[in-house]
Design a protein around this ligand. Structure first.
Ligand code: FUC
Length: 743
C-alpha cells in the first residue's frame, strides 16, 4: 500500500499510477477538481503519414561503400571518434514521433473543502485500486479508481456516507486542439486525429448516477447532481496497428463503443472482475524480509526517512518497492497492446523525455528482467509481439543498410518500425539491439519450457537475428577472430572493432540459437555453421592492465571512469557467459567497483543485479539503498532523472536475483542474501527449468525450501540446507518437493 496525507500537486513526483496495459492513468486526489491524467499506449505522433516524412530510419540516399570504408579504417586504427562515424553513417531523424498524453479528465466538485477534516490518498497495489478518502462536515467521501484488464476500461466512482452528497461535473481537457468533445445520454465522446500523422483516436466515458440526476451539457461536459454515488467507465483507442508498413487499422469508434457497452452497468461486477484478475497475477509472489511500518507513516515519509536498510521500517520500503515493480509491470504490460515503454504507459506530455519510446541498448530489455522470475510470464506477450513486429522493417533495414539477410534494429525504436539510424553520435549505432531483444524470448522458453513456444515464437526471431550476424561479422586482421565492426559500447567512448558488449551479445545470441536449434532439431548445416562461427568469434572477455574486464578489445579503460553504462558486464548479467568463481567474475568485480555506486536510476538497478550475480548480497543491497535514497520519487517511481520506469523493473529483478538464481544449470537458493535481511521468506519465485520456489530463511541461512515443478525434467537445486549443498533429481510435473522443516 502506498499512501499519502495530501493531494498530488506534481504529476511526476506524486500522482499515483493505475493501468491495464493499454490504458493508464495518474490519479491526483485533488478535492475541488480531481484530476485523472490518462493514456492510451498507441497514441503516437510520427511514423507513416507524419508531416515530417518517414523512412524507418533507413538511409535516405544510397551510400555505396560507406560501411565498408568505416570497417577498413577500423582494421587499421584502434579507435574512431564518434562524430566522424556519425558523419559517415548517420543522418538526422525525421518523423520519429513521440508518445502523447491522451488528456485529462477533471471532476469539478463545487462544494469540496479547502481543508477537509481528514484526508488520505492511497494506491492499494494488492488490489490495484487507487482511493481518495476525506471527511468534511461529518460526511465521509470516497473516490475509487481502477483500470480493468478484463473489461478494457478505466473506472472511477465517487460516493459519500450521506445520501445525495455526490455532485460534480466531469470534463475532458487536452494540451492539443485536435479533438471534439460531445456529451449525450451521460456519455462523453472525445474524437480526433493527431495533426502530425492523422492517427485517429477516440475515448468514451459513460457516467452513471445512483440517485440524483445526470445531465449531459452542450459544452461537452457531464454534471451529476445530488447523487448517493456516481461512477464512470472510460474506454479509449486509436487506429494504430502494429503492421508494417502502414501501421494503421480500423477507426477506433466501433471498438471503443463496443468495449464500453460491454462493460455494462454494474460497478460492483467490474470491480470484482478487475480485482480477481489482478490478484491472480500479483499474489503469486509474497516477500517477507522482516518489514513492519507504523500505521501512521505515509509513503513519502517512509522514503524520506529511509536510512539504508537497518530498520524494519526501512525493510518495509524495500519490500514495498519490490512488489511495486511487479504492480507496475502488470499495469503497463498486458496482452493486446504495445510493451511497457520508458514510462510504462504513463505520460502527461506531448513531448516526453526520449519520446517515451523503446530504447533497446538497455531500457526495454530491463523492463522485462523481472517478468519471468517474479512469476508474471504473461506480461511478456506484448514484448514478444513487438519484437515480432520489428522483423519486417528490421529485415528491410538489414538489406538496405547492410546488404544482408536477417533483421536488425539500432539504439531505439518506436511503434512504427524505426529500425535504422539517426545522428546523435554517441547513441545512434547499435545493430546489436535486435540480438539483445531476442534474449528475453529465449528466457521465456528457459523458464516456461514450452517447445511449442520455442518453435513458433522464439526460434524464428532468434534465427533471423543470428543470420544477420552470420552475414555481418568480419575477420579482425589483428588476430583472425570474428568481430562486430564498427562497434560502439553504448553511449561511451570511441568506435572500435569488437567492443566487449557487441561480442558478448552476439555470443549470447548464437549460443542460444544453437541450443534452440538442437532442441528443435533444425537443419544440420545451419547448426554446423553456428558452431563454426562460435569457434572463431572473439568472446568479448579480456582482462586488462589493472585487472579489469575490458570494455574494448584494446586496453582503453580508465579506472577513474564512472560512466552509467556498464556494458562490458553484459556477460555477467543479463548474459550467462561469466560464471561465479572464475577469473572473469573477478575482473568484472574490479570493473564494477571502479565504476562506483552512483549512476542514473536504471544504472543503479543494473548494479543490484550485477552484485547479486557476483554473490555479494551486501553490495547488491547497498545499490538498492542508493536507488531508494537518490533515484526514487515520492510516488516510488524511479527517476533517471527524469522519471523512467526501467529502474523500478530492474530493481525488482535485482532483489529477485539476491534470493534466487538459475541462469546456469542449477537453481541456486539465496545466492546473495544481504546481512540486513537475516530472517525472512519468499513465496512463488520462478526458476528456469519450470520450477516455482518458496524459501524460508533464518539467521541468514535457508531453513525450508519447497519446489513445485511445472515440467518433468532433471533439476539441480543448490542450498546449504541440502546434504552436500546440492541435490539433482528428476522432478515430475505437478509434484512438490520440500527440504527442511517449517519453523
Ligand atoms: C539510454 C541511456 C540514457 C537514457 C536513455 C533513455 O540512452 O543511456 O541514460 O536512459 O536510454
Amino acid at each position: 500500500m502506498l499512501w499519502y496525507g495530501s493531494p498530488a500537486t506534481d504529476w511526476e513526483r506524486e500522482a499515483l499510477p493505475i493501468g491495464n496495459g493499454s490504458l493508464g492513468a495518474a490519479v491526483f486526489g485533488t478535492l475541488a477538481s480531481e484530476r485523472l491524467q490518462f493514456n492510451e499506449k498507441t497514441l503516437w505522433t510520427g511514423g507513416p503519414g507524419s508531416a515530417q516524412g518517414y523512412d524507418h530510419g533507413n538511409w535516405r540516399a544510397a551510400r555505396p561503400g560507406a560501411l565498408a570504408a568505416v570497417q577498413d579504417e577500423l582494421d587499421a586504427k584502434t579507435r574512431l571518434d564518434p562524430d566522424s562515424v556519425a558523419a559517415e553513417l548517420g543522418q538526422p531523424r525525421v518523423g520519429y514521433g513521440a508518445h502523447q498524453t491522451f488528456g485529462d479528465l477533471y471532476l469539478d466538485v463545487p462544494d469540496a473543502p479547502q481543508t477537509p477534516a481528514t484526508y488520505r490518498r492511497e494506491l492499494d497495489i494488492a488490489n490495484a485500486v487507487a482511493k481518495v478518502v476525506y471527511t468534511h462536515q461529518q460526511v465521509r467521501h470516497q473516490r475509487e479508481f481502477f483500470a480493468s484488464y478484463p473489461d478494457g476500461v478505466i473506472v472511477g466512482r465517487l460516493s459519500a456516507d450521506r445520501p445525495g452528497s455526490v455532485t460534480f461535473t466531469l470534463r475532458y481537457a487536452s494540451p492539443r486542439r485536435d479533438f471534439t468533445a460531445t456529451a449525450a445520454s451521460g456519455r462523453l465522446t472525445v474524437r480526433g486525429a493527431l495533426a502530425d500523422n492523422g492517427l485517429r483516436f477516440e475515448a468514451q466515458i459513460q457516467v452513471r448516477g445512483e440517485g440524483g440526476t445526470v445531465t449531459s451539457n452542450a459544452d461537452g461536459t457531464i454534471t451529476v447532481t445530488g447523487a448517493d454515488s456516481a461512477w464512470f467507465a472510460l474506454a479509449a483507442g486509436t487506429d494504430y496497428a502494429d503492421t508494417y508498413p502502414d501501421y494503421r487499422g480500423k477507426d477506433p469508434h466501433t471498438a471503443v463503443t463496443g468495449t464500453l457497452d460491454k462493460a455494462g452497468s454494474r460497478y460492483d461486477t467490474l470491480l470484482a472482475r478487475h480485482v480477481r484478475d489482478h490478484r491472480a497475477l500479483f499474489h503469486r509472489v509474497a516477500l517477507d524480509i522482516g518489514q513492519s511500518v507504523p500505521a501512521d507513516v505515509p509513503t513519502d515519509r517512509l522514503l524520506a526517512g529511509y536510512t539504508g536498510g537497518a530498520t524494519s521500517t526501512d525493510r518495509a520500503l524495500e519490500a514495498l518497492y519490490f512488489q511495486y515493480g511487479r504492480y507496475l509491470l502488470i499495469a503497463s504490460s498486458r496482452s493486446g497492446s504495445l510493451p511497457a515503454n520508458l514510462q510504462g504507459v504513463w505520460n502527461h506530455s506531448t513531448s516526453p523525455p526520449w519520446s517515451a519510446d523503446y530504447h533497446v541498448n538497455i531500457n526495454l530489455q530491463m523492463n522485462y528482467w523481472l517478468a519471468e522470475a517474479t512469476n508474471l510470464a504473461e506480461t511478456t506477450a506484448p514484448y514478444d509481439r513487438f519484437v515480432e513486429a520489428l522483423r519486417a522493417p528490421g529485415r528491410r533495414t538489414a538489406k538496405e543498410m547492410f546488404g544482408s539477410r536477417g533483421w536488425v534494429v539500432h539504439n531505439e525504436t518506436n511503434p512504427f518500425g524505426f529500425t535504422g539510424v539517426h545522428d546523435w553520435s554517441t547513441a545512434f549505432w547499435f545493430p546489436e539491439g535486435a540480438a539483445w531483444l531476442t534474449g528475453q524470448l529465449y528466457e521465456h522458453y528457459r523458464f516456461g519450457g514450452s517447445t511449442d513456444y520455442l518453435r513458433t515464437t522464439a526460434y524464428p526471431v532468434m534465427k533471423e537475428a543470428a543470420e544477420f550476424w552470420l552475414d555481418n561479422l568480419r575477420t579482425d586482421p589483428r588476430d583472425g577472430t570474428l568481430v562486430v565492426t564498427p562497434s560502439y559500447s553504448p553511449e561511451h567512448g570511441d568506435f572500435t572493432a569488437g567492443a566487449a558488449m557487441s561480442q558478448q551479445i552476439v555470443h549470447d545470441l548464437l549460443t542460444n540459437t544453437l541450443e534452440a536449434a538442437r532442441v528443435l532439431g533444425d537443419d544440420r548445416a545451419f547448426r554446423t555453421r553456428l558452431e563454426a562461427v562460435l569457434g572463431q568469434l572473439d568472446p568479448g572477455l579480456r582482462i586488462g592492465s589493472w585487472g579489469q574486464l575490458q570494455e574494448w578489445k584494446a586496453d582503453l579503460d580508465d579506472p577513474a571512469d564512472d560512466h552509467r553504462h556498464v556494458s562490458h558486464l553484459y556477460a555477467l548479467h543479463p548474459g550467462r557467459q561469466i560464471e561465479p568463481g572464475t577469473k572473469w567474475a573477478d575482473a568484472a568485480k574490479v570493473s564494477l567497483s571502479a565504476r562506483g555506486d552512483g549512476g542514473t536510476g536504471w544504472s543503479k538497478a543494473w548494479k543490484i543485479n550485477f552484485w547479486a550475480r557476483l554473490r555479494d548480497g551486501d553490495h547488491a543491497h547497498k545499490m538498492l539503498a542508493e536507488q531508494l535514497k537518490s533515484s526514487t520519487l515520492p510516488n516510488l517511481w524511479d527517476t533517471h532523472p527524469p522519471f523512467q520506469i526501467d529502474g523500478n523493473f530492474g530493481a525488482t529483478a535485482g532483489i529477485t536475483e539476491m534470493l534466487l538464481q538459475s541462469q546456469y544449470d542449477a537453481i541456486e537458493v539465496l545466492p546473495a542474501l544481504p546481512a540486513t535481511w537475516p530472517d525472512g521468506s519468499v513465496r512463488g519465485l520462478r526458476a528456469r527449468g519450470g520450477a516455482t520456489l518458496d524459501i524460508e530463511w533464518s539467521n541468514g541461512r535457508a531453513t525450508r525450501v519447497a519446489l513445485t515443478a511445472s515440467r518433468t525434467r532433471r533439476l539441480t537445486v543448490r542450498s546449504d540446507l541440502l546434504p552436500g549443498g546440492e541435490s539433482t533429481f528428476k522432478a515430475i510435473a505437478g509434484q512438490r518437493y520440500v527440504w527442511g522443516e517449517k519453523v
